[in-house]
Ligand binder design. Structure first.
Ligand SMILES: [Zn+2]
Length: 359
């Protein structure tokens, strides 16, 4: 056998039916369990998605200059004359104090929407025997759940914080960067991207670069969240990386396009292997290695899916706490800045209610 032949034989790692007893029942059970937990996940999310959420904010470009000026003034000891801005900018700063609470609420809704839609796609692609798309979707689900769990971890300090009466929203302001990044994390400067000729631009021309004294929204590597998830669910990192083999144009495409694989030994005992590649149902039952590997991957994914309700509940509790803090602060502010907030203006807590109605 030439070196090249040996290498090719090595690449064809899947063992065939004649070598080991069939474990297809176990694999089918694991597939059914995975699909069952995807269905549970999606029906659990459905209730909270019956109505949409109005995510309210004020113009960040309007708030930013005054926010920076106030920050610098405060950093310098606050002894010089307080910076002054027009009423619109000052109000934008005050409304913006509630931004983190609204962003956390929005992050939860966005996560629920995305995870629900991925669940629906996973069910559809599985039923249509589109295995590459199925595994890509499962991978997407693991990523999203990892991100939700990472924010729950990052807000541990916030969840235990007790605000002082004179600074009721201080813990929220301290957590704001983590919340903002979870919702707005990006690799691009979307303003530059909008105006760029993508055929002529270089990657760095449109890359996100944090501006001084602004919120840092540089997307973290998803692997950071996956590694954290691995601490909660052992094996999550490797399972995720195996699923990456199905997202990227790697060997996962060959495995998922295999309708069935068979082998037979000829008269001198040489084993011949045939893969039938095509659309339609995929029968993994003769590919023992793949069955063994994907069984583990799917059972780890099931554990990840089961984690979601508890981390969502943790973040829901944080969201209610953030809401209370934003409200307490904003309702003090509206009585301290009476000329800026009339009864029929929107309340500075960004509830969407008027000052008169927001209690
Ligand atoms: Zn209010």
């Amino acid at each position: 056998m030439s070196k090249m032949q040996a290498a090719k034989a090595h690449m064809e790692v899947l063992r065939m039916a004649e070598e080991e007893p069939i474990t297809v029942k176990t694999y089918k059970e694991i597939q059914d369990a995975a699909l069952g937990s995807v269905r549970d996940l999606s029906s659990g999310l459905q209730d909270r998605l019956r109505s949409s959420l109005k995510y309210r904010m004020v113009s960040q470009s309007q708030a930013a200059p005054a926010e920076k000026a106030y920050y610098l003034w405060h950093q310098a000891g606050g002894t010089s004359a307080q910076p002054s801005f027009d009423a619109a900018s000052t109000r934008a700063v005050l409304y913006n104090q509630a931004a983190a609470a609204r962003q956390l609420e929005a992050f939860l809704q966005v996560s629920r929407v995305t995870i629900f839609e991925l669940c629906q796609t996973a069910i559809r692609t599985f039923e249509a025997h589109e295995m590459a798309a199925f595994y890509m979707t499962i991978r997407g689900l693991v990523e999203r759940i990892a991100n939700v769990a990472a924010l729950a971890d990052a807000l541990q300090d916030f969840s235990h914080a007790t605000p002082s009466p004179d600074k009721p929203n201080e813990p929220l302001l301290l957590a704001a960067g983590k919340i903002g990044k979870a919702l707005y994390g990006t690799k691009f400067d979307w303003g530059k991207l909008r105006n760029a000729d993508l055929r002529a631009a270089k990657k760095d021309d449109v890359a996100y670069v944090r501006k001084e004294l602004s919120m840092d929204v540089a997307a973290r590597s998803v692997l950071t969240s996956i590694d954290k998830l691995d601490k909660r669910v052992r094996g999550a990192r490797i399972a995720y990386e195996v699923l990456c083999e199905f997202l990227h144009p790697n060997v996962g495409d060959l495995y998922s396009a295999t309708a069935c694989a068979t082998s037979h030994s000829d008269r001198l005992g040489t084993r011949h292997v045939t893969r039938e590649l095509g659309l339609g149902p995929k029968d993994f039952s003769t590919s023992f290695d793949l069955v063994a590997i994907m069984s583990q991957v799917l059972s780890i994914c099931c554990e990840v899916f089961r984690l979601l309700p508890s981390v969502l509940a943790e973040l829901d509790a944080n969201s209610r706490k953030a809401e209370e803090m934003a409200k307490s602060f904003a309702h003090i502010v509206r009585s301290n800045y009476k000329p800026l907030f009339r009864k029929d203006d929107l309340c500075p807590c960004l509830s969407g209610l008027t000052v008169r109605k927001c209690r």
